[in-house]
Design a protein around this ligand. Structure first.
Ligand code: WTA
Length: 658
């Protein structure tokens, strides 16, 4: 595919062409933190020196002895170095003139506001760290956090980091059962939750849900509850404590624990190809180096910026690019509790205008929703403060990219399309906004110091441009995962055995163009990307077969205009149960109860039997076709199994079975 240059700011109406290129405006380039590509070559020739230089921008209690020890599949970065993540994100800024700068500007869905300066954050983190200690939390203990998007979420994480406890944040949209499983897997000692939160005008009863989980989590000794609203809750005497009372009774200062660079900072559960989520392990020194550097370079942060990442902190994007990266970089971070369409569909643009947001980072699914709602909502607001836009979580289609560029960025703002994963900890592929030209739907080059390749099944690089293959990361990087909590075998198996040479298997497909730009093509495993969030088909299947009526279930991804992909379910029923709309609703709700609303099947198709290969494997590609309506239109019952048989025959003959 050839490339052609377009003059700055020019927009082509042919949205389907893939070869548009956009230059960052000269005015952006002139002020950018990184404005030439020299760093790439330098980093490539000596990656360890490059990363050491960036690590040196952090505050260390003790310098490291060696930059990297790599014994596949385990990396140790900055070996022998000591530091504390909360000191790097808070104390060191509170010591400078930044002490009076806003660290977190928070807006609740109701319109309530709180601003925490770096000094305020320092005070809150210290107090809550003392409170955790008063509950007996020690270095290495696990603390589960199940909170809405309120400042206490960031404070709780940083307080854990301060005393060396390992936090495990569970997205507030997950169900009680999902919370229970994550608490038990991590063997958490303390749970931090809230009486509730607000979402689209509704109360999300977090403590109430947590109480269900807590019936089956014997490891939990204490529960800390933030008072967000004034929601009625039950207090379990001796175990449950109000946050605001706890912090009243403790030392206002808490000495930070000097942590080894390789001590665990947190675990975060994410979906893999089995029904059991994996607790991804991140450590301290390398992670902080990676997220701080990518924040400064990719989001081009300055002291005058107001940075807003719309993700929920319950996902890795919030960990790395709301909390650790931006705070380590001393940024002013906007945090919003609620929904983008509450009370109206211009809420985000209202927030951008009110706070003068300069850097805005969101997901393609949100952009597609904005597109659908119409350009009149952003047009109601002054968005001229914006200077840089970002996306993450899924491939961005060129139409959504162009809409973002025109209607939000007004053709002035570079867009960074950032590819990474819970496992990678930090952004690994993106353009550098002051250096690279942008190409819709292409994430760009690997970040300096990162080596990526596209490999075939044999592990050989795909030759020539445009050929699709597996995205592999071929050198260790500082923020890489250090394992899966309690399951070293799965770690090895999942990421390091695809090929017989050293390469991290991303589970993503990709292709590269003649400029070396990577275009991400989506997951190659059975992990769905629903609104930019990972859900494994196996998790949804296990939730379905858990229902008394279901004999067998198969779940496939179905394309969705706004969400990207949604789960489509095929079920066969046990004797004595019959299909119907009531059962369909019931099954969908069952999945919500087991996992959370995000996993709710879009459609449940009742089948007499599931199409299988001769060896008994479910033919997912066939199911995907059926679910996409390519074959059966809108029908939700595969009553006539001869239809399936017929299709199966065609597929087998066409050699397309999986
Ligand atoms: C997908 C989110 C295309 C990808 C940070 C990856 C993307 C999965 C992009 C990780 C992007 C993330 N373009 N696809 N810019 N960013 N993905 O762990 O499939 O929630 O493997 O981390 O999201 O999802 P996770």
């Amino acid at each position: 595919m050839g490339t052609r240059e377009v003059p700055e700011g020019r927009v082509f109406s042919d949205l389907l062409a893939e070869d548009r290129l956009f230059d960052p405006p000269a005015s952006f380039r002139e002020q950018a933190n990184i404005s030439d590509g020299g760093a790439r070559a330098a980093a490539a020739s000596d990656p360890e020196a490059f990363w050491a230089g960036l690590a040196g921008e952090l505050e260390w209690d003790r310098p490291w002895d060696r930059v990297l020890e790599w014994e596949t599949p385990y990396a140790k970065w900055f070996v022998g170095g000591k530091l504390n993540a909360s000191v790097n994100c808070v104390d060191r800024h509170a010591r400078t003139r930044r002490r009076n700068q806003a660290a977190i500007i928070w807006e609740g869905e109701l319109g309530d506001r709180r601003t925490l300066t770096y000094w305020d954050l320092y005070r809150e983190v210290n107090k809550f760290a003392s409170a955790l200690k008063s509950l007996g939390v020690e270095k290495g203990d696990r603390v589960a956090i199940y909170l809405p998007m309120i400042p206490e979420l960031a404070i709780g994480m940083l307080a854990c980091a301060r005393i060396g406890a390992i936090h495990s944040v569970v997205f507030g949209g997950f169900s009680a059962e999902a919370l229970r499983d994550r608490i038990n897997d991590a063997q958490a000692k303390v749970l931090i939750t809230a009486d509730g939160g607000y979402r689209r005008g509704q109360i999300v009863p977090l403590k109430h849900d947590a109480d269900y989980a807590l019936r089956e989590t014997p490891c939990i000794e204490h529960v800390v509850i933030v008072r967000r609203g004034d929601f009625p809750i039950r207090i379990h005497e001796g175990r449950d404590h109000w946050w605001h009372r706890l912090v009243d009774d403790v030392e206002a200062k808490c000495e930070p624990e000097s942590m080894d660079a390789e001590d665990i900072l947190y675990t975060l559960y994410t979906s893999g190809t089995t029904g059991k989520p994996k607790g991804i392990i991140h450590t301290t020194g390398g992670y902080l180096t990676g997220v701080c550097a990518t924040t400064k370079w990719i989001f081009d942060l300055k002291d005058t910026d107001v940075y807003w990442c719309t993700a929920d902190i319950g996902w890795v994007t919030g960990h790395s690019y709301i909390v650790y990266g931006p705070l380590a970089a001393g940024a002013t971070v906007v945090m919003y509790e609620g929904a983008p369409d509450w009370p109206e569909r211009d809420r985000f643009w209202q927030i951008v205008e009110d706070y003068g947001v300069t850097v805005f980072y969101t997901a393609p699914t949100a952009i597609r929703a904005f597109m659908k709602w119409g350009a009149e909502y952003p047009a109601r607001h002054d968005l001229s403060s914006l200077r840089l836009l970002g996306t993450v979580g899924e491939p961005i289609n060129p139409e959504a990219w162009m809409w973002y560029y025109e209607h939000i960025g007004k053709q002035r703002c570079p867009i960074v399309d950032t590819w990474w994963q819970t496992e990678t900890g930090m952004i690994l592929i993106s353009t550098l906004p002051g250096v690279d030209r942008m190409k819709p739907s292409y994430a760009g080059h690997p970040f300096p110091g990162i080596e990526a390749d596209i490999l075939d099944d044999q592990g050989k690089p795909i030759e020539g441009q445009g050929g699709g293959g597996y995205l592999a990361i071929t050198k260790p990087w500082p923020a890489m995962l250090r394992g899966i909590w309690g399951d070293p075998e799965r770690y090895q198996q999942q990421y390091w055995t695809k090929w017989d040479h050293d390469a991290y298997f991303t589970s993503d497909g990709a292709k590269q163009d003649s400029d070396g730009y990577f275009c991400l093509l989506g997951r190659v495993d059975d992990v769905l990307n629903v609104s930019g969030h990972r859900i494994s088909t196996m998790e949804v299947e296990s939730a379905l077969v858990d229902h008394a009526s279901v004999a067998e279930a198969a779940v496939v991804g179905v394309k969705h205009e706004v969400r990207g992909e949604v789960p489509g379910a095929f079920v066969t029923l046990r004797q004595g149960h019959s299909p119907g709309p009531a059962l369909e609703t019931d099954l969908k709700q069952h999945v919500v109860n087991k996992i959370g609303a995000i996993a709710r099947p879009h459609q449940v198709i009742f089948a007499g039997e599931l199409p299988k290969t001769r060896s008994g494997k479910i033919m997912r590609r066939l199911l995907r076709d059926i679910a996409a309506g390519r074959v059966l239109g809108d029908t939700t019952t595969l009553a006539d199994s001869s239809v399936v048989e017929q299709l199966k025959k065609q597929y087998e003959e066409g050699g397309q079975e999986e």
